[in-house]
Write a protein of this length. Structure first.
Length: 201
């Protein structure tokens, strides 16, 4: 059971969530997607890959090598602080890059909401609060789907049910691994979800 929980935690690691989210967005039947070129899509993927995955991973490996963090799991709030702070800065930079290249407005708002989530998780770590980043990412992904469903009048019922079940499975996995308390999982999920749903107001 722990082996599967570990596998699911790595598969749905929050560092991958922006890539997963943008991939889903770009493959939904939304009219903006038909107005964007293949080169534009590839550029977005590249920016996310470099800014939000490769650089944070490199920083984390460096911190582990220097003894600032015990493992890449970052099990304590103290270990989270520098990596989360770096990710926050990179999210803000990426937001301005997307804004500069004319990212579709609704996509930009969705990314801005995700940026706020990362910033909040970063700030919380300095107050020894450890809300689940895994569940924040899943809540954000689910919230994003609800936003595009309402905005573009799409029927994504099957996809929504799938991600609700996946969120439940991931929450169970994090509990099995003793990575979080139920409260930390609930608050993390709620943070990601509410940050996106605010866009509907």
């Amino acid at each position: 059971m722990k082996r599967f929980a570990t596998f699911l935690s790595y598969l749905l690691h929050p560092i991958l969530s922006p890539l997963i989210s943008i991939y889903i967005l770009f493959h939904l039947p939304i009219y903006q997607n038909y107005r964007l070129s293949e080169e534009y899509f590839n550029f977005i993927y590249l920016v996310i890959l470099i800014n939000l995955i490769l650089i944070p991973l490199t920083v984390s490996f460096y911190l582990k090598d220097k003894g600032y963090i015990a493992s890449l799991k970052m099990e304590t709030t103290k270990e989270r602080r520098i990596p989360f702070l770096v990710s926050s800065v990179l999210y803000v930079i990426t937001f301005f890059v997307f804004q500069t290249i004319g990212f579709p407005e609704i996509y930009l708002q969705i990314f801005m909401a995700a940026t706020w989530v990362v910033l909040i998780l970063s700030v919380l770590s300095f107050f020894n609060v450890k809300w689940s980043a895994h569940l924040s990412a899943m809540g954000g992904l689910l919230g994003m789907l609800i936003v595009v469903t309402q905005t573009y009048n799409l029927n994504l019922t099957v996809i929504l049910i799938f991600f609700i079940l996946l969120s439940g499975a991931l929450a169970s996995a994090r509990l099995v691994l003793n990575a979080h308390t139920q409260k930390e999982l609930l608050f993390g999920f709620s943070l990601g979800l509410v940050a996106q749903l605010i866009l509907l107001i």
